[in-house]
Design a protein. Structure first.
Lengths: 204, 149
């Protein structure tokens, strides 16, 4: 029977081939998961010079531990877990924090303020497109996301760019589902606040 | 219908089309242009985030990783079980030979002179010593390769 090209193999077939000594199959594993690993490394690690080494370290760990992968999650989720933990370990070594408790406290305070009695009836808000379009939208958003704490940046990108589910993100980050949802809500709100601060608007 | 405007969490939930809102909040949203605007803002903001170009490494990650993978260990020419089987077979032949011809061999060896016996022992010693040195050299070569790979 002719063997399929690596790009057509399922995750399980791919892993089997890698364990049988097929290095090209491992190249396919890298290609399939590189986007997710890049998101994690770019969002968690601020120092650009450290990112290439970390990404390679992630895949060397994946290769080393592949025989222990039991397919209890998707291969990409497992690779993501390793990438997240590798970045976390890097941050710990550098004594950097993934999420500053002071930032969550300020977000909570802002949320409490938001629950205050509503203002008198107002007219329709300005069309948000007029606020954001016509500008360098990608640049503005990218800069605003960069202002977020690393964990918030990571969650935003995993959910809205990688389109992972809450459950997958919870598996990757080892956070409870509820915590992932809660942090995502805070991250979006903070992102909006960053944009508000940039435009000095009362509201968006 | 609730009179208070939607909380930040409710606005975000409304912006996610899949999320479910309580009926009173849905009713409020239907009639509140302010909350509609805020939901629209979130929808546009998050839609724009989804459209951001994904980050990518400026080098070929696949090639870099493959170049660093440990080299596969050389497999023995014969499977271990086959080598074991051959060794067992040889051992059985030797035992059978000794059982069948042991007494004849004993008589023959008694006839040999002590000098010939000593000569055989020296030759055997050289052979064994040579084998040990050869194995040691092979082991060193292998360790050197593993260290470099």
């Amino acid at each position: 029977m002719r063997s399929l090209p690596p790009s057509l193999l399922t995750d399980q077939q791919l892993v089997t081939q890698v364990l049988a000594g097929d290095r090209a199959a491992f190249g396919q594993v890298v290609q399939r998961t590189e986007g997710l690993v890049a998101q994690l490394v770019f969002k968690m690690i601020r120092h650009p010079a450290d990112r290439p080494d970390l990404a390679q370290e992630v895949y060397l760990k994946v290769f080393k531990n592949l025989s222990g992968f039991k397919f209890q999650a998707k291969l990409s989720t497992w690779v993501g877990q390793i990438a997240f933990n590798t970045c976390l370990h890097y941050l710990e070594k550098k004594q950097l924090v993934l999420l500053d408790p002071a930032e969550t406290a300020s977000a909570d305070a802002a949320e409490e303020g938001r629950r205050a009695p509503p203002p008198p009836a107002a007219g329709p808000e300005a069309d948000p497109e007029t606020l954001l379009f016509g500008q360098d939208l990608a640049g503005i958003l990218g800069a605003a996301i960069e202002q977020l704490p690393p964990l918030y940046r990571t969650l935003i990108s995993l959910y809205h760019q990688q389109e992972l589910s809450y459950e997958e993100i919870a598996q990757i980050t080892s956070l409870p589902d509820g915590t992932v949802k809660n942090y995502l809500f805070r991250a979006r709100k903070l992102l909006k606040q960053q944009l508000l601060a940039r435009y000095h608007r009362d509201d968006l | 219908m609730t009179n208070s405007h939607l909380s930040e969490n409710a606005l975000q939930a409304a912006a996610e089309l899949a999320a479910q809102l309580p009926a009173d909040q849905v009713a409020h949203l239907r009639n509140c242009p302010l909350c509609q605007g805020r939901v629209a803002t979130y929808q546009q903001l998050l839609g724009a985030v989804a459209q951001l170009p994904p980050p990518a490494f400026a080098f070929d990650l696949t090639a870099a990783v493959l170049a660093q993978l440990p080299r596969p260990q050389a497999r023995p020419a014969f499977p271990t079980w086959l080598l074991g089987g051959v060794a067992a077979l040889v051992l059985m032949v030797v035992i059978a030979f000794l059982v069948l011809f042991g007494s004849v061999l004993g008589q023959a060896l008694q006839g040999l002179s002590a000098g010939l016996g000593a000569g055989l022992a020296v030759v055997a010693g050289f052979l064994i010593g040579g084998q040990v040195l050869e194995l040691l050299a092979r082991h060193r070569r292998q360790m050197h390769l593993l260290t470099l790979s």
